[in-house]
Design a protein around this ligand. Structure first.
Ligand SMILES: *Cc1c(COP(=O)(O)O)cnc(C)c1O
Length: 820
């Protein structure tokens, strides 16, 4: 669309906004006020297309996908919206004329961080692709008052600070009180028989309830006039709602509602790949699922009359098990509100709900205690009982007398509601997020389900949006790519990146590519100096591991390898060593003690090494505070090496790996998740692969692990590094600070297996791969070729490709075309 209005009009809008909102001239306004003034002007342009999209939807009546997710890790909206409106350059110029720097303005926007990591970012990339490809879609989620905490590093330790992202209001959101829904918790179910219809009615009584109020956020499609909606729900007390009559004027009830409303959307749980089983979390899940389903059903019934055909116009994709209570809630709506028979309701539900599995980590599996679940959601629980009863009959028919099958696949077992099983039984599709992950699901974790219902299982390898992670995050490379392949069409067709292949041996192109990398490294070096006070040399190798802190992701392997290198350099100062900057960025869940110990260790190692003048700056270690989408964009652009070193079989897909590849950083990694497919696309000679395979890992696990002492006793270098965890080297002489990390590696007496994540087992192989990295980097042309090839081969990893697969193979959607 580019600028819908003239630059002059846009400038006037910005200045008018500033006067109207803040009673100030633009040049007197604070940076935050300038950001707001600009954003409201941008929003006004978006609104035109938002309305046009709604009209088109009414006209075409396409099937809509509702992407249900507890998390949307959106990142900043202003710059991304301008990119997708193809108005970025025009607005930049207009603001320049007003004496305002667009990048500075963008920097005033708090990062909307309503997610933890990969799963939430995937949801955000999917919304971008859905809008850009012309599909009708709603994101459905929660408007947390506080998103992902802000991370401060104090004395080397992570400290969590609240993320008050709505402090100044949000220019892009639209409150929609007209679509508010009541959500009920607790109480009891009264059964009534309707003499007239002969039906049994289920009435919830003595419940608490809150009002779910939606806020809509525009999701701007790329250059196609389409604007979809992310609808996230806030909770408010029900004031003048018609409660059961005896509740009127009940002061205590009113206070309870206040509190419930306040607490329910208060904060995002900061757990990544970990189930905590907190009651409030289940309330959050039911809250946004019920509100979203009610809204979707209402929307459908406004223009259709047969609820039995809901699935023709609506499909609900459940992002992990977090929203899977949706299948029972949809049954409840169909049975109780629309009076369908069980079989009719089941037919609709099982044609409308689909489930994405994101992990095989046991500690991430959601299993709610039945007493908690049935107390909080009494009617939904009854429905799950009936789903389970009927399913078990089916299992018995298919596998007579086989108790094992019932034990593994049952929904209600051992006093728990098993959410994944519920989703699989009631969903029409079950997908993993990378080929290897899906194969592991079929062969192991969900084997019984796969054998019983193979037609439901499919793979959808994750992807990322090139609009944010190349166009916005790396404008220099984006322009260069356009120039080289002679078209900007890669913006919506990333397979065109293969047009770069003809340049991989062209010295001029190699030089240009590496010059851009260098400029991006300078940009990041400046950021690091400003934020960490550490000087890093952009000529050194930027070796980067940014992702959530998790034992399975093995940041510990990375930092122990740094300790090993440091020992080596100290012992043999004469050895040639190419300078390296090891960059980390990671938040640890607030309650994940061991992860926090690893953060402290990284910072302690950084302190010792960065301040050791004797090594001439050959190694620098940087821990970037508060890793989040906005600084991630810069980090990917500046990376030379992409560390993707999870224990094989543990990382379902990874998406950070794809962002690095897009930006020309070869992968140093294990054959895990989507790394397998990355290597397949780019060629194993253009990546640095090491470590055990997923089959080897899973075989060790089946046999109770391995004995790390064999390695500790036989490899003096490794032993030295392990011992340095408890000899005070990195703890000011304190031998106990990292005792737990030491124990996690060696001590078979602690509650877990020793070295559960095979750090010592993979250490040598990792160190050798790192030597290959150094050798490869020293060959400047060779490296340029390899880096360029990574960018050239990344086409498969666009979330556009992923979404086309979902749309064709799962959702069966048709595109709309919004006229300007
Ligand atoms: C992409 C992304 C992730 C996911 O990274 P992985 O390496 O796949 O775990 C997490 N956080 C942010 C901010 C991201 O942009």
């Amino acid at each position: 669309m580019s600028l819908k209005i003239s630059k002059t009009e846009f400038k006037k809008d910005v200045m008018d906004n500033c006067r109207r909102l803040f009673r100030k001239e633009l040049d007197e306004a604070t940076p935050q006020e300038q950001y707001q003034s600009v954003s409201y002007a941008v929003k006004d342009m978006i609104v035109e297309n938002w309305i046009a999209t709604q009209k088109q939807l009414t006209k075409d009546d396409p099937k809509i996908v509702y992407y249900m997710s507890m998390e949307f890790l959106m990142g900043r909206a202003l710059g991304n919206n301008l990119i997708n409106m193809t108005a970025y350059e025009d607005v930049k110029e207009a603001l320049d004329e007003l004496g305002i720097d667009l990048n500075f303005v963008e920097d005033q926007e708090p990062d909307p961080a309503l997610g933890n990591g990969g799963l939430g970012r995937l949801a955000a990339c999917f919304l971008d692709s859905l809008a850009s490809l012309g599909y009708a879609a709603y994101g459905c989620g929660i408007r947390y008052r506080y998103g992902m905490f802000k991370q401060k590093i104090e004395n080397g330790y992570q400290v969590e600070k609240p993320d008050n992202w709505l402090k100044y209001g949000n220019p892009f959101e639209l409150r929609r009180p007209e679509y508010a829904k009541e959500i009920r918790f607790g109480g009891n179910i009264r059964v009534e028989y309707d003499d007239e219809t002969g039906k049994t009615l289920f009435k919830q009584e003595n419940y608490e309830s809150v009002l779910a109020v939606p806020y809509d956020y525009p999701i701007v499609g790329y250059d196609n006039n389409q604007v979809n909606t992310l609808r996230i729900w806030d909770a408010e007390p029900i004031v003048d709602f018609q409660l059961d009559s005896f509740d009127k004027g009940d002061y205590h009830k009113a206070v309870e509602q206040q509190n419930l409303a306040k607490t329910i959307v208060e904060v995002l749980y900061p757990n990544d790949n970990h189930y905590a089983g907190k009651e409030l979390r289940l309330k959050q899940q039911y809250f946004f699922v019920s509100a979203s389903l009610q809204a979707a059903v209402d929307k459908y019934m406004r223009n259709h009359d047969d609820i039995r055909k809901l699935y023709e116009k609506a499909t609900f994709q459940m992002n992990d098990t977090h929203p899977t209570v949706a299948v029972a809630e949809l049954m409840r709506i169909l049975l109780d509100d629309y009076q369908l028979e069980w079989q009719e309701a089941w037919d609709v539900t099982t044609k409308a709900c689909a489930y994405t599995n994101h992990t095989i980590m046991a500690e991430a599996l959601e299993k709610w205690p039945i007493d908690l679940f049935s107390r909080l959601l009494p009617r939904v629980y009854q429905i799950i009982q009936e789903i389970d009863r009927r399913f078990i009959i089916q299992v018995e028919e298919m596998y007579p007398g086989n108790e094992d099958k019932k034990r593994t696949m049952g929904i209600l077992r051992d006093g728990q509601v098993r959410m994944a099983n519920l989703a699989i039984v009631a969903g029409y599709s079950v997908n993993g997020v990378a080929r290897l992950h899906t194969e592991i699901l079929k062969k192991r974790e969900l084997k019984d389900f796969y054998e019983m219902m193979p037609e439901k299982f499919n793979n959808k390898t994750n992807g990322i949006t090139q609009r944010r992670f190349l166009m916005h995050g790396n404008p220099l490379l984006a322009s260069w790519v356009t120039e080289k392949i002679g078209t900007k069409a890669w913006a919506t067709d990333l397979s065109l990146m293969s047009g770069l292949k003809k340049y991989v041996d062209d010295p001029k192109a190699q030089q240009e590519f590496m010059d851009i990398k260098y400029k991006n490294k300078e940009r990041l070096a400046k950021y690091i100096l400003e934020h960490n006070g550490i000087e890093v040399d952009p000529r050194s190798i930027f070796d980067v591991q940014v992702k959530r802190l998790h034992e399975y992701k093995r940041q510990l392997l990375n930092i122990m390898h740094v300790m090993y290198l440091y020992n080596k350099i100290k012992e043999h100062p004469e050895l040639s060593f190419y300078p390296r900057t090891f960059i980390f960025g990671a938040k640890a869940s607030a309650g994940y003690i061991r992860a926090k110990e690893i953060i402290k260790l990284i910072n302690s190692v950084a302190d010792v090494i960065n301040n050791d003048r004797s090594i001439n700056g050959k190694i620098k270690v940087v821990f970037i505070e508060d890793y989040r989408v906005s600084n991630a964009e810069w980090i990917f652009a500046a990376a030379d090496v992409s560390e993707q070193i999870s224990t094989a079989s543990k990382e379902a897909s990874g998406t950070g790996n794809m962002k690095f590849m897009l930006n020309g950083a070869p992968t140093l990694g294990t054959m895990d998740g989507a790394n397998v497919e990355i290597v397949e696309e780019v060629g194993s000679e253009n990546a640095f692969i090491f470590g055990m395979s997923s089959d080897e890992v899973m075989n060790y696990e089946k046999n109770g692990g391995y004995n790390p002492y064999e390695i500790y006793n036989n490899d003096a270098d490794i032993r030295r590094v392990v011992d340095q965890l408890v000899d005070g080297t990195y703890a000011d002489g304190d031998t106990e600070r990292y005792r737990d990390l030491y124990n996690s590696l060696l001590n078979t007496n602690c509650s877990d297996r020793a070295d559960m994540y095979f750090i010592l087992k993979d250490f040598r192989s990792y160190a050798e791969a790192q030597e290959r990295v150094e050798a490869a980097y020293k060959d400047r042309e060779g490296w340029a070729r390899m880096a360029l090839l990574n960018t050239a081969c990344c086409g498969k990893f666009s979330s556009d490709r992923t979404i086309e697969e979902y749309a064709k193979e799962i959702w069966h959607l048709h595109k709309i075309k919004v006229e300007a």
